[in-house]
Design a protein around this ligand. Structure first.
Ligand SMILES: Nc1ncnc2c1ncn2[C@@H]1O[C@H](COP(=O)(O)OP(=O)(O)OP(=O)(O)O)[C@@H](O)[C@H]1O
Length: 401
């Protein structure tokens, strides 16, 4: 198994099957019945489960143990092992074709592993069909029932679980209110905007109180402004309901904003797992560094890179563009020069991008990207200007090629 892990995943012995008490489960049916759907005034919508006192250590809820999915000769997912804690927001990030959706569909039960196993609450779900896995799923296409009103769309998962009509109505009203669609209950999905449809899809996935919430490119169809609004909505729903959430996206910013941890996938494998800050600030490979944002990676630098740490063999030095400062080449040096490396270069390009300016600066045959957030009184440079670049030696990272 390759990759960089910040947890021990399935390399540790698998715990014996742990039955998680679901107070409302219909005996033997595998289909939970909600037992507390009363409408309360104000506050969070009451949840039928997950109300047990918080445990000191957060237990593992989902485990992938050496999971591989082959499509003919193509390994969509290869030997993936990972653990997800209860209540965690985990994002699977990667380029097109890296296996993100397949990993999510394996968890949802829409596809079966070719080898390996998936455990939920310590039990293998190999023999559990998708409709019995009790997961709320939101697809990029929303997948709302086009012939049903918004209200009926929300009622559907409750009806499937045998919730009485009177309880259904109250809960639907509460959820409509929660996603700011109180006045839209009688509309059909096509009579809503994309963002409104997405909110219906989120509410429908949560309304039956599933312990696990799966999001497949949930904001992919929305424009930037709406995407940011919906990121806030998803964050606040996660905070309010505390569901274990697995989200697939190819949008780095979305992953960095929403997640407790991110998995970066590449060619079906996990390249690295970590917290957003950990991955962005300390990528293990050039692939992760580049995928999570812009990076200056020095393959053959025109000058010697100084760093606080010793460069491990086989690695490349890397520095993020926003860590580099620009100043007039002939200007006075900085106060903390003992902690900084400073080089002189020539601006070859300046790109204006609203709140920031991006510069390309050549130093011999090396070209560095520098990103400067616009601030009042800041010096602005243009093509041909000679500039002094400097950065903290402690901001230099080393990544595998
Ligand atoms: N049903 C299938 N039959 C054959 N190959 C498949 C099937 N589903 C996925 N694949 C292949 O498996 C690999 C991973 O696909 P997957 O859809 O999981 O990637 P992804 O990272 O979600 O991509 P995207 O971001 O484009 O949705 C790809 O090479 C894809 O062509």
């Amino acid at each position: 198994m390759t990759g960089f892990y910040d947890d021990e995943s399935c390399l540790r012995p698998v715990a014996p099957a742990r039955a998680v008490p679901h107070s409302g489960d219909a005996p033997g049916s595998g289909v939970p019945i909600l037992n507390d759907l009363s409408v309360q005034s104000g506050g969070a919508i009451p949840l039928a489960r997950d109300e047990a006192p918080k445990e000191k250590h957060v237990p593992v809820q989902i485990e992938f143990c050496g999971v591989t999915k082959m499509y003919g000769a193509v390994a969509a997912v290869r030997d993936v092992s990972l653990t997800v804690s209860r209540g965690e927001f985990l994002t699977i990030l990667g380029p097109s074709g890296s296996g993100k959706t397949t990993a999510l569909m394996l968890l949802a039960g829409f596809v079966a592993p070719s080898s390996g196993d998936i455990l939920i609450d310590g039990k293998s779900v190999a023999a559990v069909p998708s409709y019995r896995r009790d997961q709320g799923i939101v697809f990029q296409s929303y997948a709302l029932f086009p012939h049903l009103s918004v209200r009926r769309n929300l009622e559907f998962p409750l009806e499937m679980r045998g919730v009485a009509a009177a309880d259904r109505a109250g809960r639907v009203t509460r959820f409509l209110d929660r996603v700011h669609l109180t006045d839209f209950g009688d509309r059909l999905p096509w009579q809503l905007s994309g963002g409104q449809q997405q909110r219906v899809a989120l509410a429908r996935a949560l309304i039956a109180d599933p312990p696990v919430f799966l999001l497949d490119e949930p904001l992919g169809a929305l424009d930037r402004h709406l995407r940011e609004q919906m990121q806030d909505e998803i964050r606040s729903l996660h905070k309010e309901f505390g569901k274990t959430t697995i989200c697939v996206t190819h949008d780095q910013e979305e992953a960095l904003t929403l997640s407790d941890r991110i998995i970066v996938m590449r060619s079906g494998r996990i390249e690295q797992i970590g917290t957003p800050e950990g991955l962005y600030d300390r990528p293990a490979t050039a692939f992760v560094a580049n995928f999570l944002g812009e990076a200056n990676i020095f393959e053959d630098p025109a000058f010697k890179i100084e760093a606080d740490a010793t460069q491990p063999s086989g690695t490349l030095a890397m520095i993020r563009p926003e860590r580099i400062r620009l100043a007039v080449a002939t200007g006075p040096g900085r106060a903390d020069t003992d902690q900084r490396q400073s080089v002189i270069g020539t601006v070859t390009k300046m790109i204006y991008a609203g709140p920031l300016r991006k510069y390309h600066v050549s130093i011999g045959k090396s070209v560095l990207i520098v990103r400067q957030h616009v601030a009042s009184g800041q010096e602005i440079f243009d093509r041909g200007d000679e500039v002094r670049l400097d950065w903290l030696r402690s901001d230099v990272r080393f990544v595998s090629a």
